[in-house]
Ligand binder design. Structure first.
Ligand code: G3H
Ligand code: 13P
Ligand code: ZN
Length: 324
């Protein structure tokens, strides 16, 4: 059993208290490998932003849980090296945990925050599972994110064709009975690079968010599926041999508005994947004799860092808040 504090990590409680007061949201970026982690830490140090490092079940399988734990610890040490002293606040969070056992294992492996995603379960079962995880995690001061409502797209390897928006009338009961620290809601965002059908309005339901805020004032809200799918990245991918048609994301101004409200955590993964893919495709297409992975992973890492810096400054508003 390793406690997250021994790794130099923080949980999300303090982060969310400060972001609520400051009118910004904490970036939650997924990582699976060293280059992604370096880009996240570099970007967040350079913009002086707190950050949540997210690990999905897929990432755990891909990279190995022991390696990931040491990488997160390494991220704290690396940030100290970059600042020349103090580490930026870094939380290690399980993204879309689907069972009590997985959440328990992450708590024991040094995670400072876990998500229990019971959103596909019947309401009462979601409550029961989320409460069980919250009770266990809180013994170790690990914070817990629950979810109500279902995002369209692929979530937990389940494909939902339609959104099931979070019902505002359920949030008070759910948060009270489970004891979770934050709540992921479904208001029209979705996972992946194809969030809206071509020709349809690219709008999320900020009115539902407002209604939820009224029911649980001050409670920390989380938005999943919040990539913006920058058209210039799609163009670059397609220019260099990719085939991504009709990819559309959430407009940045809508996320900025959400970040100023009760939304304290915004999850972004797909945009990073696009930045990496565009950079690697460009090297592969323009330098076909190159075969040193550092020559394409390096530019991919640089592109990723610039993307995250942009998000922290212009979308999340978290830049400059590391030392709040
Ligand atoms: O919510 C999904 C995240 O983008 C993680 O994706 O399960 O493919 O690692 P993944
Ligand atoms: P995107 O696919 O929009 O980046 O969402 C990521 C996410 O919600 C991770 O949990
Ligand atoms: Zn998600």
């Amino acid at each position: 059993m390793i406690n997250y504090r021994d790794l130099g990590l923080v949980n999300t409680r303090d982060m969310f208290e400060k972001s609520a007061k400051g009118g910004y949201a904490i970036p939650a970026y997924n990582f699976n490998n060293m280059e992604q982690l370096q880009a996240i830490v570099q970007a967040c140090v350079e913009t002086e932003s707190p950050v949540i490092l997210q690990v999905s079940s897929g990432a755990r399988k891909y990279a190995n849980q022991t390696l990931l734990r040491y990488m997160a610890q390494g991220a704290v040490e690396y940030s100290k090296e970059l600042t020349g002293g103090r580490a930026i606040p870094i939380a290690l969070h399980l993204d879309h945990g689907d069972s009590f056992e997985l959440c328990k294992s992450c708590v024991e492996y040094g995670f400072s925050s876990v998500m229990i995603d019971g959103s596909h379960l019947p309401y009462e079962e979601n409550i029961e599972l989320s409460k069980k995880v919250a009770d266990y995690a809180h013994e170790f001061d690990v914070t817990v994110e629950g979810e109500l409502g279902v995002l369209a797209g692929i979530e937990d390897e389940v494909k939902a064709e339609e959104h099931v928006y979070t019902r505002p009338e359920e949030v008070e009961d759910f948060t009270k009975r489970t004891g979770v620290d934050s709540l992921a809601i479904a208001i029209g965002t979705s996972h992946g690079a194809y969030k809206f059908k071509p020709g349809t309005e690219t709008k999320i339901r900020l009115d539902i968010l407002e209604e939820i805020e009224k029911r649980i004032p001050g409670f920390s809200i989380v938005l999943h599926g919040s990539s913006s799918v920058p058209p210039e990245l799609i163009e670059k991918i397609n220019k260099y041999g990719g085939r991504m048609k009709d990819a559309v994301g959430i407009p940045e101004d809508q996320l900025r508005a959400a970040a100023k409200s009760a939304v304290q955590k915004i999850n972004i993964d797909s945009d990073g994947r696009l930045a990496v893919t565009a950079a690697i495709r460009e090297v592969m297409a323009t330098k076909p004799s190159e075969f040193d992975p550092r020559k394409y992973l390096g530019p991919a890492r640089d592109a990723l860092k610039e993307l995250y810096k942009h998000k922290n400054v212009h979308v999340l508003g978290s830049a400059g808040h590391a030392w709040d």
